[in-house]
Design a protein around this ligand. Structure first.
Ligand SMILES: Nc1ncnc2c1ncn2[C@@H]1O[C@H](COP(=O)(O)OP(=O)(O)OP(=O)(O)O)[C@@H](O)[C@H]1O
Ligand SMILES: [Mg+2]
Length: 504
């Protein structure tokens, strides 16, 4: 008898419906064959399923069993097909009713004793069920919260293979998991802007970065507060759109980071250490998993002590920065993971850190300074719109008891600036000033006459490259958006000029 069970898999961020067809033929030598591009982990499924069934007092039928995972051209990875395969065998051997199965989706790994273990990418499968109008989703109990983040699909938590058998045979129904807690987005950060004394210029640059989604590089001596400023940054970023949230959840689910999902989420803030491998940063591996650049998608990638990262790792950031996505090549084709992140990088100006310090002398040899700077590749710095020096904060300011402006106040301005951009970019693929390419800038940015004069002067005085010229307009546009102005003023251009990359 033939049965068909729905399951699913992910290719990059895309989810695909997989039909698990199980045929149990009455005659012939008893064998189990899995076809349809299974990897080793999937092929091993039959052993796990055999043991799980036996330990639940259902012996694998003594027949020729053929399992087809369709469509056949999509590679199937991992152990998440254990549960649908087991259910298919039970249905085909007449041990469970088959009628219910067509409106259900199954995923889960089985232990030898029949326990259902958690798998990755469950939120994508819940979304898949919703899109395909499959009403019921049977998920490992560990993944239940995560699955319930998608509404419109009935979620059935399973901890044992026997739970499903009893449920489908209507002996002991499983209670569907109803999410009552709702869904919340929050802003949490280690520091609030009001805790940071002085540093007005750095705070302003961070405000511009958050408002226009511009990459930013902070340079300054040890203890100046670069790490503190960067950690406070997530407290001023605007909230995510619904579609952005879904992308973030899917990526984190695929990486297996959502198992104990809270119903509270915020823009990602990823802070990989400089010893992180290239695969850890960019993604990949034998079972391709998103790297830090994708985990930071729609959020912040903070690279503290940037020159400490190996040059090859820094270089590998160029493509994700440029394209907003990562391509991972495998034997079975290419995977795409999105990587539209805001880069916050921090560094010292030289190995000892005191180059340009108002009081302490720099002790580095000129050659050492050159070598240190060379590590930050030109092409990477080129993709950063805002460069800012963070000087040591003066002692009087540090002991000043008066609080500065709070993150909430700054964030309110950032949100207004974001709205300005949403209006301007409606109907275009661009959504933030930071993403604008020269053609978008020419089409969409309106400069006042005085601003044009000032820009022309700056081009000749600082011999600006075409790239810096466009960066300055982008930043000036964000400054104008923060002020809710329609046109870019000369004042905005003048401020934008301060954030360009200069040799110190
Ligand atoms: N402007 C400030 N206001 C309040 N506290 C500050 C300020 N700047 C620095 N600090 C304090 O000094 C500590 C060190 O700052 P932080 O680690 O951010 O410096 P850094 O610039 O990252 O230094 P390094 O180059 O050594 O990494 C902070 O944890 C904070 O307690
Ligand atoms: Mg630091």
């Amino acid at each position: 008898m033939l049965s068909k069970i729905y399951s699913g898999t992910t290719i990059g961020l895309e989810e695909v419906l997989i039909e698990v067809e199980v045929d149990v033929a009455g005659h012939g030598f008893p064998t189990v064959t899995i076809v349809g591009l299974p990897t080793k982990a999937v092929d091993e499924s039959k052993e796990r399923v055999r043991a799980a069934l036996a330990n639940n007092s259902f012996d694998m039928p003594d027949s020729r069993i053929t399992i087809n995972l369709a469509p056949a051209d999509i590679p199937k990875e991992g152990a998440s097909f254990d549960l649908p395969i087991a259910v298919g065998i039970l249905a085909s051997s007449g041990m469970i009713k088959r009628e219910e199965l067509r409106s259900s989706l199954f995923t889960g790994e089985l232990s030898l004793e029949g326990k259902v273990r958690g798998v990755s990418g469950v939120i994508s499968l819940a979304h898949l069920a919703k899109k395909k109008r499959i009403k019921q989703f049977f998920v490992p109990i560990e993944n239940v919260k995560e699955a319930s983040l998608i509404d419109g699909v009935e979620i059935f938590p399973v901890s044992q293979l026997s739970d499903i058998i009893l449920h489908i045979n209507e002996e002991k129904p499983i209670e569907p998991f109803i999410n009552t807690e709702g869904f919340q987005q929050t802003v949490e950060a280690d520091f609030d802007f009001k805790d940071i004394k002085g540093q007005e210029q750095a705070k302003r640059a961070l405000e511009i970065a958050a408002a226009g989604f511009h990459n930013i590089h902070l340079t300054g001596p040890p203890g100046a507060g670069k790490t503190m400023l960067s950690r406070a940054f997530t407290s001023i970023v605007p909230p995510m759109e619904k579609s952005e949230m879904l992308e973030v959840l899917k990526i984190h689910s695929i990486a297996g980071l959502l198992m104990r999902a809270e119903r509270i989420i915020q823009r990602p803030f990823r802070n990989p250490h400089h010893t992180t491998s290239r695969i850890g940063l960019i993604g990949g591996g034998s079972k391709p998993s998103p790297g830090e650049v994708s985990l930071a998608h729609n959020g912040v990638l903070f690279l503290d002590e940037l020159p400490e990262f190996p040059r090859s790792v820094i270089e590998s950031l160029r493509q994700p920065l440029e394209d907003g996505e990562v391509r991972i090549s495998r034997a079975a084709g290419t995977l795409l993971f999105p990587s539209r992140f805001l880069l916050v990088a921090a560094s010292n100006p030289c190995p000892c850190g005191y180059l340009g310090h108002p009081k302490k002398p720099c002790r580095c040899m000129p050659g050492a300074i050159m070598a240190y700077r060379k590590k930050l590749s030109g092409p990477l710095l080129d993709r950063i719109d805002l460069h800012i020096m963070v000087p040591p904060v003066e002692r009087e300011k540090l002991i000043d008891l008066k609080d500065g402006e709070s993150s909430a106040e700054v964030r309110a301005r950032v949100i207004r600036a974001k709205k300005q951009q949403t209006g301007r970019f409606r109907g275009t693929p661009v959504s933030t000033n930071g993403q604008m390419k020269p053609t978008d800038i020419k089409k969409l940015c309106k400069l006042e006459d005085k601003a044009i004069v000032l820009l022309k002067e700056a081009i000749s005085r600082f011999s600006l490259s075409a790239r810096s010229y466009f960066k300055i307009i982008k930043i000036a546009q964000t400054i104008s958006d923060l002020e809710e102005k329609e046109q870019i003023s000369a004042l905005s251009v003048a401020e934008a000029l301060q954030y360009r990359l200069t040799e110190h």
